[in-house]
Design a protein around this ligand. Structure first.
Ligand SMILES: Nc1ncnc2c1ncn2[C@@H]1O[C@H](COP(=O)(O)OP(=O)(O)OP(=O)(O)O)[C@@H](O)[C@H]1O
Length: 365
């Protein structure tokens, strides 16, 4: 999957700017605060309908402007796709090959993208929600309908939470809660199965990559904990009972305590929780291994590598891991956009683009 060209209008610090990329490595070079990350964010937004930096689109608008427009040509499976996203009056409109797309969730996954930045360390260091997000973002790219499933589940959780907050008498609640619980089991089971399957597939690839990156003997283990259990099949069988057992507690605490919205991905290094015991360097290697596994899995699934966006990643890696990553990208022919400052050690390969105060210029030679 390749991006051929990209256009930004009134997006962040860009007025009206176009750039044409090359199939292999594309390096966006410039001083701090010139707009390198904004290009990456714009492409990610165009492909996923979301920014990874802000919740509200409003913040993506160039200051004092009323609408922004992003568009570009992509190649997927030898077919050209023209994709546009327009944001105005708090609404976003997406068009694929000039045809309006009714639901964004139907589009997500058509063109796959993997984004990687130093903030991804939060996958290891942060709380369970970060790890669930990692799984969900990946599944959304390879399983059509997953975004709709997640949205439906989250809506049920919100409605059940609202019910828990609104009543005082226990007798009133239990029958109504049962109705929501049936839906939680139905939708939640599907989410657990997707996440469990993905975790097992990531594990197969990630441990191997981790060993290559570190040339160490440590073992990387990743397991999905559904409803607090290591075995997802057991968790699914016990799901309705667990909901019943926790009903009084849910009523007391006025929150939904059972379901995949509270699940976690356990990441171990030599059987010890990586979050607590792994060094910063080991954690970086784990995240890199998991990200590269994502690339491999999308390749297995779709027959093509996704577009890879690396924001400020290279400066964080030592020369061995940096070289490993570049070699991986080159040998797999993955189209990659890399941001780096002018002060960093430049790569020998790749087309260079100079980014300066919201302008992008290809550097020849
Ligand atoms: N909504 C906005 N409207 C106009 N300018 C904005 C907006 N949001 C951010 N900016 C500007 O964009 C610039 C930051 O761009 P970006 O984050 O892409 O920097 P960068 O080139 O990646 O820098 P670094 O190397 O420091 O990461 C800043 O100058 C900031 O003031």
């Amino acid at each position: 999957m390749n991006i051929i060209n990209f256009h930004l209008k009134n997006f962040r610090n860009y007025d009206d700017e176009s750039v044409t990329f090359v199939p292999g490595i594309n390096i966006l070079v410039g001083n701090n605060g010139q707009g390198k990350t904004n290009i990456i964010e714009g492409i990610y937004y165009l492909l996923t309908g979301k920014s990874y930096r802000v919740q509200r689109e409003h913040e993506l608008l160039k200051w004092d402007k009323e609408d922004f427009h992003l568009y570009g040509d992509f190649i997927v499976n030898h077919h050209k796709i023209f994709l546009e996203s327009h944001f105005q009056d708090r609404k976003k409109r997406v068009k694929i090959n000039h045809v309006p797309c009714q639901r964004l969730s139907d589009f997500v996954g058509t063109i796959n993208v993997i984004f990687f930045s130093p903030d991804d360390l939060i996958m290891v260091k942060g709380g369970p929600s970060e790890r669930r997000r990692f799984l969900d973002l990946h599944i959304a790219q390879i399983r059509p309908g997953y975004v709709r499933l997640l949205n439906a589940y989250n809506k049920v959780i919100q409605q059940k939470s609202a019910l828990l907050k609104s009543y005082n008498e226990k007798s009133l609640k239990s029958s109504q809660l049962q109705l929501w619980n049936i839906q939680i089991v139905e939708l939640g089971t599907k989410i657990i199965l997707h996440r469990d399957e993905l975790t097992k597939r990531i594990l197969k690839v990630a441990d191997e990559i981790y060993k290559n990156i570190t040339s160490e003997k440590e073992k990387l283990t990743i397991s999905y904990y559904a409803l607090g259990k290591k075995n997802s099949q057991d968790a699914i069988k016990e799901f309705p009972d667990l909901l019943n057992q926790k009903m009084d507690q849910e009523i007391d605490r006025q929150m939904v305590l059972v379901g995949p919205h509270r699940d976690d991905l356990q990441i171990l290094l030599d059987d010890k929780p990586a979050r607590l015991y792994a060094s910063q360097g080991q954690q970086r290697s784990m995240v890199l291994s998991m990200k590269l596994s994502e690339l491999e899995l999308i390749h297995q699934e779709k027959g093509e590598y996704p577009l890879l966006l690396l924001d400020d990643v290279l400066s964080e890696l030592d020369s061995f891991r940096r070289n490993y990553l570049i070699k991986f990208i080159e040998t797999s022919h993955i189209q990659t956009l890399i941001t780096m400052t002018s002060a960093e050690k430049q790569l020998e390969s790749g087309a260079q683009f100079y980014v300066d105060k919201g302008h992008i210029r290809r550097r020849e030679g």
